[in-house]
Design a protein around this ligand. Structure first.
Ligand code: AQP
Length: 340
């Protein structure tokens, strides 16, 4: 453990890889907004350098980066209260990412389940960047001396690797320079599952559009996707334990809980005994009420791309101001000569 007391600071990011989902909203953005209001400094990034670890069409990447910024703002992030920017505008991410790829061990990287999930049987054909992704993510976090990282359950292993990298750097260079950041994973929406398969997480890149709710879906599409969501013929029970082997049903309860800011226990008590024919319309109404206004606001914000770019530029300047001295000190600690 680092002995230095670090000022609490929050950092997190999302890839602008299109189709921002309900999973990204409940697992990440909604919680980014809650932390923004907690009084701690909050820094939120569109991690475009991560997105290009798999092929991105340049025009679409530009569009998706701006659309993700619009989503952040439409969900309640405020560019005055939080620092909002896209990663590639602050070069320190790439620089510290390289340094950390020299700290991380191959054995650690080989244990990363996200690479295995994403690469599948095609690992040989994947980019080196996809494999090295967790070292860059560690840099994203530690470049700001971040202490708290709100993420969904799927990113827990990467935050743990970040902790290992910080600890190894501190140990090897006999310093306390980097904090050991904490993952913040709480609430009902930290692992939203696919609407078509309760054993798979909801994901932007799932080939089936019906597997997810996109933040840009209109009210009819949201309601239709919930109506078609995979379920089972049993009515809803009165306790969560009884949903142990019913992952699709459990997922819909969790989504309801996340959207209504309740605990899943409270939701199940409320809907016990209902058939899905009753419960799904309730969930659809709730989802439309919460998500459709966000989609509308995103569309409005996308009408003024120059304003979004201005916000990202200003955010990048503020982020660089924090990052630059931390990166410079890292170079010093490692013995790099800096003579200009
Ligand atoms: N299904 C999910 N439930 C809860 N949280 C989720 N997150 C992602 N999916 C879920 C959280 O969203 C944040 C941003 O994720 P990301 O874009 O960096 O990458 P990812 O985790 O790989 O998300 P996707 O949607 O699956 O994207 P693609 O398909 O592009 O890889 C993270 O905090 C993540 O935990």
């Amino acid at each position: 453990m680092s002995k230095t007391a670090f000022t609490p600071r929050v950092f997190s990011g999302i890839q602008p890889s299109g189709n921002l989902t309900l999973g990204n909203y409940l697992g990440a953005v909604k919680r980014f907004v809650e932390m923004q209001e907690s009084g701690i400094q909050t820094i939120y990034c569109m991690v475009d350098l991560h997105a290009v670890t798999v092929w991105q069409d340049p025009e679409k990447l530009r569009h998706n980066t701006r659309e993700l910024a619009a989503a952040y703002i439409a969900c309640g992030l405020d560019a005055e209260k939080s620092i909002l920017f896209n990663q590639s505008q602050v070069s320190g991410h790439a620089e510290l990412g390289w340094l950390f790829s020299c700290v991380a061990r191959l054995g650690w990287m080989n244990r990363m389940t996200q690479f295995k999930d994403k690469a599948g049987k095609n690992a040989e054909k994947m980019s080196l960047g996809l494999y090295a992704y967790p070292a860059l993510m560690a840099a994203d976090i530690l470049l700001y001396h971040t202490t708290h990282v709100p993420v969904g359950e799927d990113q827990k292993q990467h935050v743990e690797l970040t902790r290992d990298i910080a600890a190894k750097f501190n140990h090897d260079y006999k310093t306390d320079f980097f904090p050991i950041p904490e993952p913040v994973i709480d609430g009902a929406g930290t692992r939203v599952m696919s609407l078509r398969d309760g054993s798979k997480k909801m994901s932007k890149s799932d080939p089936s559009d019906n597997s997810r709710i996109n933040m840009t879906d209109d009210a009819d599409t949201i309601a239709k996707k919930i109506r078609k969501a995979k379920t089972d013929p049993e009515p809803l029970p009165d306790n969560l334990d009884a949903l142990k082997d019913r992952p699709e049903a459990r997922n819909l309860i969790n989504i309801y809980a996340g959207l209504s800011d309740q605990k899943p226990e409270a939701v199940i008590a409320e809907v016990a005994g209902q058939q899905f024919g009753q419960f799904k319309p309730l969930l659809a109404d709730l989802a439309v009420a919460k998500l459709a206004p966000i989609g509308d606001e995103m569309a409005r914000l996308m009408g003024d791309v120059a304003e979004i770019d201005r916000i990202l530029g200003k955010g990048a300047d503020r982020a660089a101001e924090i990052a630059e001295p931390i990166l410079a000190k890292t170079f010093d600690i490692m013995g790099m000569v800096r003579s200009r």
